[in-house]
Design a protein around this ligand. Structure first.
Ligand code: HEM
Length: 134
């Protein structure tokens, strides 16, 4: 049987919010991501933003793959020993990760780029056409 996981007080978890000493709290499980943060496909800042907070909502909203969820088991170092009033310590960190844009595959970005491209082509065609008329 697996050995019981270490129990962390919320007040201890929130102390680990520096890049080289970063704990993430997701679904009341504690993950040490200090060695992983440089390789995180979503970047460092979104994880750093969650240091000292409950990262559950952010993690879920981004929508991680089964592979990511399987991998994160290897980073778990313990569980949160929840006590009344912990919510006050682990207040939500806001929504910096919501500004994350998936570079070229973001459809809304391509939408506006396509519009710009069509606009430039239209001007070029118009300029060529008025040139032919002279
Ligand atoms: C132990 C915790 C975490 C692990 C192991 C992890 C792992 C991963 C992996 C493997 C990916 C690649 C895509 C996938 O397979 O889903 C990813 C993408 C991403 N992650 Fe995390 N992640 C963690 C926590 C977080 C947290 C707390 C945030 C905060 C919002 C976050 C934000 C993102 C973002 C924005 C992406 C990029 C999504 C995309 O471009 O499709 N991750 N993460």
């Amino acid at each position: 049987m697996a050995s019981p996981m270490k129990k962390f007080a919320a007040s201890e978890v929130v102390l680990h919010k520096q890049k080289e000493n970063l704990y993430l709290l997701i679904h009341d499980k504690v993950y040490d991501v200090s060695k992983f943060i440089d390789q995180h496909p979503g970047g460092q800042s979104v994880q750093l933003d969650q240091g000292g907070f409950d990262a559950t909502e952010a993690f879920e909203e981004v929508g991680h793959s089964d592979a990511a969820i399987e991998f994160m088991k290897t980073l778990q170092i313990g569980v949160l020993d929840r006590q009344p009033g912990d919510e006050k310590i682990l207040v939500s960190s806001g929504s910096a990760y919501k500004n994350y844009t998936k570079a070229p595959s973001n459809p809304s970005q391509w939408g506006s780029l396509r519009f710009l491209f069509a606009f430039v082509v239209a001007i070029a065609v118009f300029a060529a056409w008025t040139g032919v008329q002279r």
